[in-house]
Every structure is written in structure tokens, then in C-alpha cells.
Design a protein around this ligand. Structure first.
Ligand code: OGA
Ligand code: NI
Length: 362
């Protein structure tokens, strides 16, 4: 099976860390263990500067139904393409995913993280793998994120690991299955629209992403008494084509690095945040930007999120799209197979934009 072929040989990790929840939360007297403390954490923008006369910039918002009907040269699409260039992040409302489904998803995912540790251990990341519950430990002294996460490949269905998705509690599994198929429709539509902004015909984009590789990460961020000392998720860019993030329980914490400073991302209720991943930056030859982001956890509230990553299928070649390349506009990135891309991506931890930088043409 392709999945084991890809994940078994690529790195040498021998163990993983299950989660912060059971390790730390139940022993508050221990304080914050050293392994979570990020002494080099960059501060958030000074929020006292956020007043009525000088508000903080917020990520652009789009109505999905309007985008779907918008003509190729419409102002709305141009606004979207600019958002992908300048922000790499945007919000989508009126996306067609029902609030009943979103409520159910919230309930199921919250319940999953409340399961006893023995239950969750069944899904623990196995040596040599990257999928499952927990965090891969690759080096001694590696700093850990203040979040319990579960990452797995969900599409194509034959790539699902038998001990992960198929073994989830059935109500969670069914809800996720519905959510996956709803998000696939949304994701493919967004990819098609983004293709227009880089002179790609929809066929080209579809060929790369159709029946592509889809994966998801659900994360539970427990409250932390000193959030400024830890990262919920370390600054990184996503390795995906695009990511659709759902801030399940409405608690904020996502931050992006914009013009050199970290700013908070505010979500509208029930909106999805969509961001450009490294693969889309490569395909668009740098026209769209895959932006650094992180999560800062909350002092009082837990935060729950689920991100869905849309990637090209195995066998696809990824590289700057031919229609954009001219002698004045040479390729900025190498072209490589999706297999090689994965090997490179999964051989390191989420850390800045190091993977993308390695794929740059010198
Ligand atoms: C991710 C991510 C952000 C969040 O999973 O790649 O950036 O809000 N998640 O959980
Ligand atoms: Ni991310």
C-alpha cells in the first residue's frame, strides 16, 4: 500500500508523545514542564493599538455562493486572488455546510478528546509513522506543543490505516465521513476558483487534485496558566494545497505572521478559514502565499479545531504551472513527484517554512 511505502522509510522516529492533557492537566502542581516552554516565542502585536480609529487588519471574508457565481473578471474574484497573495488566508461564509452537521461534529470531537487515555492510546502514533494520536518525537529535547492532536489520511479511502479511521467510535466516524464529503465539494470548488487566478484552466487544477490525497488534524488545546510560554501549535506553514480550518468550539487563538508581526485571526461564527499551503505556493509560482501561522492557547478556555488538508494525488507532479512560466517569469520552485514531496515534508517537524525553502530553485 502506498501509505506504508511513503511513511515507513522516511524518518527514523522511534517514539511519540501521546498528549499534554493527561500528562499535565491532571498534575497542575507540577507547573509547566520544561519540554513545553518556548523561550524564543515571538510576542503578539500590541493589542492596545487596536482601537476604533486604528483597528487591526482582519482577514478578508467571502460569501461562497457569491464566489461560485462570480464571473472570471469580477471584482469579487480579484479580491479573492489578492487575498491569497497578500494574506494567504481568508474566511468563507455561506459555505453550504449545515449548522446541524457542524454542531454534531463539535459534539463528537469534544467527546472523543474526553475519552479515557487508555481508549486514545489505541490510536497512538506507531514508531516510524506520522499518523495517529499524539506528536512524533524526532530529537532529544524537542519542544512540545500544548495541544493533543490526531492526524490521519482520510482519502483515498484505501489509504486509511486500519487501526485509525475505521476504529473510531462509530458516531464520530459517521459524522466525520459526512463532513469529509461536504468539505471535499467545498475544497474542490475553491481549488477550481483559485486556478482561475493563475491562468490555469480548471482541467489542469482538477487533474492535480481530483481524487487527491486528503488528510485531517483534530486538535484539543487545553487551557494553560501561562499561555505566553507555550505554543498550541508551533509557527509553521501548511504542506497542503489548501487547508480548510474549522474552529469547532468558537474559541480563538489562531495567529498569523503578517508583515513581520503576529496578529490574531478572528473568525465569524460558523465560518471556515481557508489558507494557502506550500503546494499551492509552488503551483502558483509564488503568486499565492503560504503564510506562517501558530496557535496561542487560552488561560481559561479549551480550544478545539479540525483542519482538513487538500493535496494532489499520488502520481501527480507538482511544480509551477506551465502557463505562468515565461523567460521573465522563470520557475521559482523545483518540480517533483508527490511521493518525493511527502518524503521531504514528513521527514521533519512542522517548523517555519523550511520544507518550502528547500524546494526553491537556487
Ligand atoms: C494545523 C493548524 C490551527 C488550529 O493543524 O496545521 O495550523 O487552529 N491548526 O488548530
Ligand atoms: Ni497549520
Amino acid at each position: 500500500m502506498v501509505s506504508s511505502h511513503v511513511t515507513n522509510n522516511v524518518f527514523t522516529s522511534s517514539h511519540s508523545f501521546l498528549g499534554v492533557l493527561d500528562e499535565v492537566i491532571n498534575k497542575p502542581q507540577k507547573g509547566i514542564p520544561e519540554m513545553f516552554i518556548r523561550s524564543d516565542k515571538e510576542p503578539l502585536i500590541d493589542l492596545s493599538m487596536n482601537d476604533k480609529t486604528n483597528p487591526l487588519p482582519t482577514i478578508p471574508i467571502f460569501d461562497f455562493q457569491t464566489l461560485l457565481c462570480a464571473g472570471d473578471n469580477s471584482t469579487e474574484l480579484h479580491k479573492l486572488f489578492s487575498a491569497c497573495k497578500d494574506w494567504g488566508f481568508f474566511q468563507v461564509v455561506n459555505h453550504g455546510v449545515s449548522s446541524e452537521l457542524l454542531e454534531k461534529l463539535k459534539f463528537e470531537i469534544q467527546n472523543f478528546f474526553k475519552l479515557p487515555i487508555e481508549e486514545k492510546t489505541k490510536y497512538k502514533i506507531k514508531p516510524g509513522d506520522v499518523q495517529g494520536y499524539g506528536t512524533v518525537i524526532r530529537s532529544e529535547g524537542q519542544k512540545l506543543d500544548w495541544g493533543d492532536r490526531f492526524f490521519m489520511v482520510t482519502n483515498p479511502v484505501e489509504m486509511r490505516k486500519p487501526h485509525l479511521f475505521p476504529q473510531l467510535p462509530s458516531s464520530l466516524r459517521d459524522t466525520l465521513e459526512t463532513y469529509l464529503s461536504e468539505l471535499k465539494k467545498l475544497g474542490m470548488a475553491i481549488l477550481g476558483i483559485l486556478g482561475k487566478g493563475i491562468k490555469m484552466n480548471m482541467k489542469e487544477m482538477e487533474e492535480i487534485f481530483d481524487e487527491g490525497n486528503q488528510s485531517m488534524r483534530m486538535t484539543y488545546y487545553p487551557p494553560c496558566l501561562q499561555p505566553e510560554l507555550v505554543d498550541g501549535i508551533n509557527p509553521h506553514s501548511d504542506g497542503s494545497g489548501i487547508t480548510i480550518l474549522n474552529q469547532i468550539n468558537g474559541v480563538g487563538g489562531l495567529e498569523i505572521k503578517k508583515d513581520g508581526v503576529w496578529i490574531p485571526v478572528t473568525f465569524l461564527p460558523d465560518a471556515f478559514v481557508i489558507n494557502i499551503g506550500d503546494i499551492m505556493e509552488i503551483i502558483s509560482n509564488g503568486v499565492y502565499s503560504s503564510i506562517l501561522h501558530r496557535v496561542t492557547v487560552n488561560k481559561e478556555k479549551e480550544r478545539v479545531s479540525i483542519g482538513m488538508f487538500f493535496n494532489p494525488k499520488f502520481g501527480a507532479e507538482i511544480g509551477p504551472v506551465k502557463s505562468l512560466i515565461t523567460s521573465e517569469n522563470p520557475p521559482l520552485f523545483k518540480t517533483l513527484s508527490m511521493e518525493d514531496y511527502y518524503k521531504s515534508f514528513f521527514s521533519r517537524n512542522l517548523d517555519g517554512k523550511t520544507n518550502l525553502e528547500r524546494l526553491r530553485v537556487n
